[in-house]
Ligand binder design. Structure first.
Ligand code: KIV
Ligand code: ZN
Length: 432
């Protein structure tokens, strides 16, 4: 990952800036098969879920939330299929969601019979609006729900000592919860579970609805980390949604503010505007020299599997992975890219204008980088003739021919294929 550099630090007066950057990937947890699935028009079939689960394992996820088995029979059947068909590698922990209700907890534990490692993820709503307007309950009553859920889970898992169990607790709508209350309820959960540094509880702090700017979310996380009683016995997890379009930024600032773990989905599928996009955050780390601990070298495969499983097309401008992100139409961009790429090919480090990432790192190729339409200039046209056809044009001819290409693309009002550029060149200079 040394191909890319951290953001360059500068000294301003007595300060080094920036004074804080992410230097290590968080623990990732994919919630594609739960939050992602519950937001689909047509929830995934068992076949689609198996395909997506296999992809997540191939990409290197070690924690995967696989469903809400007590809430739906297909989720229950899928969890059983994973366990019964031995599909869960030894180093992967599956996570399942449940509410803190006895019959749901019993069914959840039943779904997990025989699994080697599992995280039981229990949640209840804690925000002011949910307490006052939905549940009409006091703070004490809301704490009571969480504690009775944890107690029941503790009793049930004790009966299955062959499984390595962990507990995750989410105060749902954390971002709408008074911070002192969020800490109070989480402290109570940690105490009930008797968490230790060797047996940490995962405290997952969801921006169930993204309500603020990312810096405000990060302040909430920082305050929580400072005030939770047993910081050494908990793993702080983030679960951001994208209502204001800043889920990745919120997760990044949340990690800088002290969180250890991030839940999200591939390309951000999930409720409403989606969950935070793990691909984007992982590639943001990678592009600044930090190992993302995920293998994202085959972007097209990720796109194909996600599209097959969700039936939602990936935006061609999706950061890093979209079909158009390594494509430059504008002439000045093409010219700059061409110059930098030839320096890189001569052995210089990756430092290419307009291309923060080498497309090959994601299995993309240079061919798609330079494309020609009416916005293109001489640089792009010359690059195609030279790289594809070995024709090195003198500068005057680059300028002259680019003018002819531009006229042609304006008449046609469309992009030209590489073969059409060659034909046009032959027509003007070789066949006449
Ligand atoms: O967004 C959310 O709050 C959730 C919880 C169940 C963690 O998905
Ligand atoms: Zn969610």
């Amino acid at each position: 990952h040394q191909k890319y550099r951290p953001f360059p630090a500068i000294q301003i007066e007595n300060r080094q800036w920036p004074d804080n950057t992410i230097t290590k990937a968080p623990q990732w947890c994919s919630v594609d098969l739960r939050d992602g699935n519950q937001a689909l028009i047509d929830p995934m079939t068992v076949e689609q879920k198996k395909r997506l689960f296999s992809l997540l394992v191939e990409l290197g996820f070690k924690e995967i939330e696989v469903g809400f088995p007590a809430a739906s029979q297909p989720d229950f059947d899928f969890v059983r299929a994973l366990i019964d068909n031995n599909m869960i590698p030894d180093d992967v922990t599956v996570q399942v969601l449940t509410q803190a209700r006895e019959h749901l907890i019993d069914r959840t534990i039943e779904a997990l019979q025989g699994v080697k490692k599992a995280i039981v993820h229990v949640y209840n709503s804690t925000s002011t609006v949910q307490r006052e307007q939905v549940f009409c309950m006091s703070r004490e009553e809301i704490v009571g729900i969480a504690i009775s859920g944890v107690k029941m889970i503790k009793e049930r898992v004790a009966q299955h000592p062959d499984t390595q169990w962990r507990l995750e607790y989410s105060p749902e709508s954390f971002t709408g919860t008074e911070l002192d209350f969020a800490v109070e309820i989480c402290d109570a959960v940690v105490a009930e579970w008797q968490a230790t540094p060797e047996n940490k509880v995962i405290l997952n702090l969801p921006a169930t609805v993204e309500m603020s700017t990312p810096n405000v979310f990060a302040d909430q996380i920082e305050w929580f980390c400072r005030n939770i009683a047993k910081r050494d016995s908990v793993e702080i997890s983030l679960h951001t949604h994208n209502d204001r379009g800043c889920a990745v930024a919120a997760a990044e600032l949340g990690v800088l503010a002290g969180a250890d773990r991030v839940e999200g989905t591939l390309m951000g599928n999930g409720e409403r505007t989606g969950n935070m996009d793990i691909i984007t955050m992982a590639m943001n780390l990678y592009s600044q020299g930090v190992n993302p601990e995920l293998n994202l070298a085959d972007a097209q495969k990720i796109v194909d599997v996600v599209e097959y499983c969700t039936n939602i097309p990936v935006n061609p401008r999706h950061p890093y992975i979209g079909e158009l992100v390594y494509t430059a139409f504008s002439g000045s961009h093409q010219d700059a890219i061409k110059k930098c790429l030839s320096r890189y090919q001569e052995g210089q480090a990756w430092d290419v204008a307009y291309l923060p990432i080498d497309p090959r790192d994601l299995g993309r190729s240079y061919e798609a980088v330079i494309r020609i339409n009416s916005q293109s200039g001489k640089g792009g046209v010359a690059y195609i003739l030279e790289s594809e056809y070995g024709l090195k044009l003198p500068r005057w001819l680059q300028i002259e021919f680019a003018g002819k290409v531009q006229k042609h693309t304006e008449q046609e009002a469309r992009e030209l294929k590489q073969t059409e550029i060659r034909e046009l060149f032959d027509q003007h200079y070789l066949n006449s």
